[in-house]
Design a protein around this ligand. Structure first.
Ligand code: GLU
Length: 241
C-alpha cells in the first residue's frame, strides 16, 4: 500500500467503535472485524491522519470469556467483564479542570509521538450516576477536548434512516443540517451489547456538530468503511451532521 500523504478532508479525527461492531451476533468478540479496523486505522495514520480511538466492547468481550458461577448484579458484572484494559477515563475526570487538562495533555503527547490513544470508560470504577451515558457521550467529549475536525461513530447500521431501517422503503439521511427535527425518525431501541442507541447518538451528534466538528454515523461492519469515509466521502453511505 502506498504511504503517500494524500489530500484528505480531515487531518485529526476521533473514531468511536460500538460494542455491536466488535462482537458477533452470539456476543463473542469479532476479532476479524477488529483486525480489519486496526488495518484501516493504521493505513489512515500512515497517510497522515491523527486518530483517537474510542473503543467500546470491554464489557462485551469479558462477558463472552468469563462465566460467573453465581448470579452477579449489573455493577458486579460490568466490573468483572470490563477489567481487561485500555486508556481508561471516568466522567469525574471531565469534571475537574486539572484532570481534564491532564487527560488532554496525555493524549496530545501521545499524538505528538505517533501513538494512537485508545479510550474507554473505566468500567471497573464508574458506577451508576457517575457514569457517562454511554461511549457516544464519551466520544463527543473527547472529540471536543482534542479539537478534532471529525468524529466518526461506527455502529452496526449505515446511518440514520428516514423510517424503520428494516423497511425497504426507507433510506439513510445523508446530511442533517442545524436544527432539523428528527423526532419522527429515531428508533428508541437500544444496542444489544452496549449501553447506547440511536437516540443518544443523535443528541451527541447535534451537540458536537454545533461546536463545528463534523459528525459521521456509519456502519463499522462494512469493509474498509473508515478509509472510504475519508478517501471517498461522496460515494460512502453514512449520515453526516
Ligand atoms: N464502556 C463500555 C464497554 O467498553 C461500553 C459503553 C457503551 O455501550 O457505550 O463495554
Amino acid at each position: 500500500k502506498s504511504l503517500v500523504r494524500m489530500k484528505q478532508e480531515f487531518t485529526r479525527i476521533a473514531v468511536k467503535v460500538g460494542s455491536n461492531v466488535l462482537t458477533r451476533r452470539d456476543g463473542t468478540l469479532d476479532v476479524t472485524r477488529m483486525s480489519a479496523l486496526v488495518d484501516q486505522i493504521a493505513e489512515l495514520h500512515k497517510s497522515g491522519v491523527e486518530i483517537i480511538l474510542i473503543s467500546s466492547g470491554a464489557v462485551a468481550s469479558g462477558r463472552s470469556e468469563v462465566h460467573p458461577q453465581k448470579k452477579l448484579d449489573s455493577v458486579d458484572q460490568r466490573q468483572l467483564f470490563s477489567a481487561v484494559g485500555q486508556v481508561l477515563t471516568t466522567k469525574e475526570s471531565f469534571g475537574t479542570r486539572r484532570h481534564y487538562l491532564n487527560q488532554k495533555n496525555c493524549m496530545t503527547v501521545m499524538l505528538e509521538n505517533n501513538v494512537i490513544p485508545i479510550v474507554n470508560e473505566n468500567d471497573t470504577i464508574s458506577v451508576s450516576e457517575l457514569m457517562f451515558t454511554d461511549n457516544d457521550e464519551l466520544s463527543g467529549l473527547i472529540a471536543s477536548m482534542m479539537d478534532t475536525q471529525a468524529l466518526i461513530i461506527l455502529s452496526n447500521i449505515d446511518g440514520i434512516y428516514n423510517g424503520s431501517p428494516s423497511d425497504p422503503n426507507s433510506s439513510v439521511i445523508r446530511k442533517i443540517g442545524h436544527g432539523k427535527d428528527l423526532s419522527n425518525y429515531i428508533q428508541t431501541t437500544k444496542s444489544s451489547f452496549g449501553r447506547g442507541g440511536m437516540l443518544t447518538k443523535t443528541n451527541i451528534a447535534r451537540k458536537v456538530a454545533d461546536e463545528g466538528i463534523t459528525v459521521i454515523i456509519a456502519n463499522g461492519k462494512r469493509d474498509n468503511i473508515l478509509v472510504d469515509l475519508l478517501q471517498h466521502p461522496e460515494e460512502t453511505l453514512c449520515t453526516r451532521f
